[in-house]
Ligand binder design. Structure first.
Ligand code: F6R
Length: 365
């Protein structure tokens, strides 16, 4: 039942503050992360895992891209993130020193399931993050963190992405903690920031009309280019995917610094650039990429941090996101991009909940 909402996608976008709160529930005790109910991990065994492989498809893959960047700030992890259909057929060393984490909303994605079988056969320790208890991948892998996002009806994943990054952040913290790499101060700082996320997401959702107006201004664009660096790159990927899926416009995400190595040739006044430019150590670098894009006459849409007045020198199309701890930036960045894609698609008269050529779960290779 989509209630007052015209589409399931919009309803599911609005459920995200609750979804994050539910995903945290029972996994935090005091100001500490505790996943011992779900993961029978001992500190000794976690030290054996020299390599961490994240394997997934589509939006779930982008959740792992965010997770990898978050985890790299928490401890000394050697992480690779692969799409399942590549992981399966490459010759990637997988062994007893590998912790392989499979992320699948549905738990039925064929490539992810086959990749899990492969890793299991090679002796890796396997874990699944899924939204469906009792799904095929859950039954086969066994060890799991279940995201409690509830059924997602819209074909484009929204609330399940947010649930995944919540679970993955907790997982990263837990692993770093078992290995003695997470200081109690960092743990407290991040837990308290995570608990604030639902409120911050609600703040962004309250700017829906603003985002709708922005989408109206840009609904006739030829396509979109998304740029971001570091923790801003995975939400850029996800924002571009949402647009492609439901508005059928070409949208491409690039690490901002990689633009000049080719894709900048695409830019002109009909190709807007959505720049994710949080106020962090990389702000100047991304702003220099904004300037390069402006020089090619691309309109700029900035996703910027609330306190960032300087960004107004570069564009008047700005969506401000609340400040958060730097590691948690993907949470606040993805919401405006979901809404932007939604309103572009609506403006263009697309079938938002059932986009052409797509199925909710891909059970064939
Ligand atoms: C994007 C989308 C797909 C899925 C992908 C993986 O909106 O829905 O890209 O994310 O097919 O699906 P799961 O997570 O069910 O394995």
């Amino acid at each position: 039942n989509r209630g007052e909402y015209p589409h399931f996608m919009l309803k599911e976008i609005h459920e995200q503050p609750d979804v994050v709160a539910h995903t945290l529930l029972g996994r935090i005790a005091g100001e500490k992360v505790d996943l011992s109910h779900e993961l029978a991990w001992t500190p000794e065994e976690t030290e054996k895992w020299k390599k961490i492989h994240f394997v997934a498809c589509g939006t779930s893959h982008y959740a792992t891209a965010a997770a990898a960047r978050i985890m790299e700030t928490l401890g000394n992890f050697e992480i690779r993130t692969e799409v399942a259909s590549e992981y399966r057929y490459r010759n990637i060393p997988i062994d007893e020193e590998t912790l392989a984490i499979f992320v699948s909303q549905s738990g039925e994605t064929a490539d992810t399931l086959h990749a899990a079988r492969l890793a299991k056969n090679r002796g890796a320790r396997c874990l699944v993050i899924t939204n469906v208890r009792g799904s095929t991948i859950h039954r086969e892998v066994g060890e799991a963190i279940i995201t409690p996002a509830g059924p997602e009806i819209g074909v484009a994943a929204t609330k399940t992405f947010t649930a995944q990054i919540t679970a993955l952040t907790l997982l990263g913290m837990y692993l770093a903690k078992l290995r003695g790499e997470l200081s109690p101060a960092s743990e407290r700082r991040l837990i308290s920031a995570l608990m604030d996320i639902p409120g911050k997401l609600a703040t962004i959702l309250s700017k829906e009309r603003e985002i709708e107006a922005l989408a109206r201004d840009f609904a006739d664009a030829r396509g979109f280019f998304f740029i971001g660096r570091g923790l801003a790159y995975p939400p850029a990927l996800e924002g571009a995917l949402k647009l492609k899926e439901i508005s059928y416009l070409h949208a491409e995400a690039y690490p901002a610094g990689e633009m000049k190595h080719g894709p900048i040739a695409l830019l002109d006044k009909e190709l807007p650039v959505v720049a994710l430019v949080p106020k962090n150590g990389l702000w100047e670098k991304t702003v220099s990429n904004i300037e390069e894009s402006m020089a090619r006459r691309s309109p700029i849409i900035a996703i910027a941090t609330e306190s960032d007045e300087e960004i107004r020198h570069y564009t008047s199309h700005i969506i401000f996101t609340p400040e958060t701890e730097p590691e948690l930036y993907p949470f606040v960045a993805v919401i405006p991009l979901q809404l932007f894609a939604y309103y572009i698609a609506r403006q263009r008269g697309c079938d938002i909940d059932m986009p052409r050529n797509l199925a909710k779960s891909v059970t064939v290779e």
